[in-house]
Design a protein around this ligand. Structure first.
Ligand SMILES: Nc1nc2c(ncn2[C@@H]2O[C@H](COP(=O)(O)OP(=O)(O)O)[C@@H](O)[C@H]2O)c(=O)[nH]1
Ligand SMILES: [Mg+2]
Length: 332
């Protein structure tokens, strides 16, 4: 009687032990399976790297895209000099459209492109009279270089180009402009250092008109933008051009160094307050700078980028292209 009872009890204990062991094994196997990626990640449309795109993709690599990820994305955009208003707007747009599995870096490229693609990026120059382009910006931003490249481009389109050396403040300014005039086949009007910048502009307009030139590009001084006399001087040059040419400059280009970051906003505002800026030429995009500041300038001042400087050579000037810019900014 006792033996069968013991036997049944033993079998019951054995079955119980086997069941427990199986359960524990199954659990740990499930844990291992969960911690390993079940599928290889799809190949991204944008190459991996240390750029903004790689960081954004890293952010969204986890399972969820919650408030934390979105505010981290906003933080990344701020670090890229995109500016607070624009960063908030872009994050808001992306948040609305994002679906799990989407590539956030590709979406960001599309977003930047769509923010900028409605802009009028053409230079509006007349065909039937002298067109005047006034170029402003702080020292070293790349005004003279950009003028040289632009002169070469217009020249290659068959236009007769004149340059005015209204940066009479710096000693080497007119020699540098002269080098660019020769390189680009443009005619130069300049005077000695310290001459009145307005007088140079006036002479240059008269001379260009008399010679039947198509375009006159006016170089200006760019010493520190915080000093009011420079802005007064630029306003005067603009008035003189208006008087001599019969109308305001057809284009007033603000040259902005892409590496200046948020400082670029303060600079841009000082110039747009003083003279009517019609477009930005963003220089030094061939370096490490990605030019996120353009989005901030675009948002806060409403001025479109029309030209991109991508090097020091005569050919290194490109018309602004929203898609190319967006790709450069995000995937760098
Ligand atoms: N790498 C690079 N250098 C540039 C570019 N544009 C201008 N520079 C350089 O920036 C420096 C200042 O340019 P400059 O035209 O003299 O500036 P300005 O003082 O505004 O007339 C020069 O050494 C130029 O060669 C650009 O697009 N890329
Ligand atoms: Mg210069």
């Amino acid at each position: 009687m006792l033996i069968p009872v013991i036997l049944v009890s033993l079998i019951a204990v054995l079955v119980f032990v086997i069941l427990v062991v199986r359960l524990v094994r199954g659990r740990s196997a499930a844990t291992v399976a969960r911690s390993e990626p079940s599928m290889p990640a799809p190949e991204p449309a944008v190459p991996r790297g240390e750029g903004l795109g790689a960081k954004v993709r890293g952010l969204f690599a986890g399972a969820s895209a919650g408030d934390e990820e979105w505010s981290a994305l906003e933080e990344l955009l701020l670090k890229a000099d995109v500016g607070p208003g624009m960063a908030a707007r872009m994050v808001g747009d992306l948040k609305e459209r994002y679906q799990p599995g989407d590539d956030p870096a590709s979406m960001l490229i599309g977003e930047v492109e769509s923010v900028l693609s409605g802009d009028d990026v053409q230079l509006h120059l007349p065909n039937d009279r002298l067109g005047v382009v006034m170029v402003v910006g702080v020292n070293g931003s790349g005004k003279t270089t950009t003028i040289g490249k632009l002169a070469a481009r217009l020249g290659s389109e068959g236009k007769k180009v004149s340059l005015a050396g209204s940066d009479t403040f710096r000693a080497a300014a007119s020699e540098q402009l002269d080098v660019w005039a020769q390189r680009s086949g443009a005619q130069l009007v300049s005077q000695e250092r310290g001459a009145d910048p307005g007088a140079v502009a006036f002479d240059a307009v008269q001379s260009a008109k008399a010679k039947g030139m198509d375009v006159l590009i006016v170089d200006t001084a760019g010493r520190l933008h915080t000093k009011t006399p420079l802005m007064d001087e630029l306003q005067k040059v603009r008035r003189v051009i208006e008087k001599a040419a019969g109308q305001a400059p057809d284009e007033t280009l603000l040259v902005l160094d892409a590496t200046t970051g948020q400082n670029g906003i303060a600079q841009a505002r000082a110039f747009t307050d003083a003279v009517e800026v019609s477009g930005v030429a963003l220089t030094k995009l061939d370096g490490t700078a990605k030019g996120g500041v353009v989005l901030a300038v675009r948002e806060q001042l409403g001025v479109p980028v029309k030209l991109m400087g991508v090097g020091e050579g005569v050919q290194d000037l490109q018309p602004f292209d929203a898609r190319a810019f967006a790709e450069r900014l995000v995937s760098g």
